[in-house]
Every structure is written in structure tokens, then in C-alpha cells.
Design a protein around this ligand. Structure first.
Ligand code: MN
Length: 240
């Protein structure tokens, strides 16, 4: 058997540190749940009626991951760069059409994430019926903490909070998720064969807002982890 060779070095595998392990967790895909806290759905002008609506999702490239503690450039082509503090669910086993009562079997653990958003571009796309990629799939725009192994554990509550320059901007509880952890796994597995290394940003509570160069963000989910981010000047990628 001949090993495949490449014209140039393939990009590095996107990965996250894991608490208590030397090995990193290789990331396969990044899924994000849209509008999963009522008060955030309302602030975005699109309330959710769970009785008649299904959850919806968008994706971000694994190459957009950046570790907690990084300084990232203020991204191009936006004047409204927003934070979204989220609980991140990490999948450790494969599954397809998983019933809610078995959803916990796929859980490897959790992390804290910032689903960074070019809000101006996202809203233009939303209102024109275009894809969200330019608003969401941003270089260095998927901030993630270390992964905390919690195999089979379904998180049902815990304070979720974000501060900008020491001022609380987002404060809610994971119990306010519209679609909970079991429902997210079960529903997403109707569309995708979930695989180890898939990570799911579960949605942000109310209080999203803009960041400016020099701003320092700190967030946490009770019982999981903390996350930090500093926004630098435009065009100065801080991580490489
Ligand atoms: Mn989000």
C-alpha cells in the first residue's frame, strides 16, 4: 500500500486541550444551534415557538477555532463584532437517529465557547435569505476553552455568564435552553451521522453585544469551565 503524498503540507488538525489529559481532542465539525434561549430570540426580533418550530443549525469551520486566552484581530468587513457566550457540547461516540433517552451515550464532555459573530453581516444575510457564513464562519471566530470530560453526563442547569471589561453583559442559566442537551443531540442526529470530535455550540442567552479593539471578555459556565478573549486591532492575527 502506498501512502498518499501531498503537493504541500496539509493543514494541522484542529484540536482542543482536554482537562486532565496530555492528548488533545481532535475536532471533526463545529455545529451551532441558532436561537436557543427565549430572551435572546426575542432580542433578535425572532421569538421561538417550540410547539410549531424545529431547532435550526449552522456550521463553522474547525479552522476557525481559537483557544481561550487568545488575543484575536478585530475581523475585516464588519462594524459590529459580537460575543455570544455558549455551553459547548462535545461528542465522543458516533450516532445516527439517536432517541433522546439514549442521547447521553454520545456525550464526551463540555466546554465554554464564544460564537463570535459579524452581526451586521449576519442580519443582512438573514433578512435577504442568504447563507450566514460571512456573519458566522470567521477566522479566529470560534473561541473554545479546554474540554472537560464528563462522559454520559447531561447538563441540565448551571449559571452561564459573560463579562466585558469586568461588566456583566450576559447572565442566564443553562436550564433556560429551549432545546436541551438531549433534544439537541437527538435532533441533530436526524440530519448528520454524529461522530467523535463533533462539537456543538448550544446557543447564547440574551445580552449579546459589540466588542471593540482592546476589549477583554471573560465568561463561565458553572460547573464546566471559564473562557477568556482579548480583541486586538484589525488585521493582526494574534494566534499564529
Ligand atoms: Mn450562537
Amino acid at each position: 500500500m502506498t501512502a498518499t503524498t501531498y503537493l504541500w503540507n496539509p493543514p494541522p488538525v484542529a484540536s482542543l486541550p482536554v482537562r486532565g489529559h496530555h492528548e488533545h481532542l481532535p475536532v471533526n465539525r463545529i455545529f451551532c444551534v441558532g436561537r436557543n434561549y427565549h430572551a435572546h430570540a426575542v432580542e433578535m426580533g425572532r421569538p421561538v415557538d417550540k410547539a410549531t418550530e424545529r431547532a435550526f443549525y449552522f456550521t463553522k469551520s474547525p479552522q476557525t477555532l481559537v483557544p481561550s486566552g487568545a488575543t484575536v484581530a478585530y475581523p475585516p468587513e464588519t462594524n459590529n463584532y459580537h460575543y455570544e457566550m455558549e455551553l459547548v457540547l462535545v461528542i465522543g461516540k458516533s450516532g445516527f437517529r439517536v432517541p433522546t433517552e439514549r442521547a447521553h451515550e454520545l456525550i464526551f464532555g463540555y466546554a465554554c465557547g464564544l460564537d463570535m459573530t459579524r452581526r451586521d453581516l449576519q442580519l443582512i444575510a438573514r433578512d435577504k435569505g442568504r447563507p450566514w457564513d460571512l456573519g458566522k464562519d470567521i477566522e479566529d471566530g470560534s473561541v473554545c476553552s479546554e474540554v472537560v470530560p464528563m462522559p454520559g453526563v447531561v447538563i441540565e442547569q448551571g449559571e452561564i455568564e459573560l463579562e466585558v471589561n469586568g461588566e456583566v453583559k450576559q447572565k442566564s442559566d443553562v436550564s433556560n435552553l429551549i432545546w436541551n442537551i438531549r433534544e439537541i443531540i437527538s435532533d441533530l442526529s436526524l440530519y448528520y451521522h454524529l461522530q467523535p470530535g463533533d462539537i456543538i455550540y448550544t446557543g447564547t442567552p440574551e445580552g449579546v453585544g459589540p466588542l471593540l479593539p482592546g476589549d477583554h471578555v471573560e465568561g463561565r459556565v458553572e460547573g464546566v469551565a471559564n473562557i477568556r478573549l482579548t480583541v486586538g486591532r484589525s488585521g493582526h492575527l494574534g494566534t499564529s
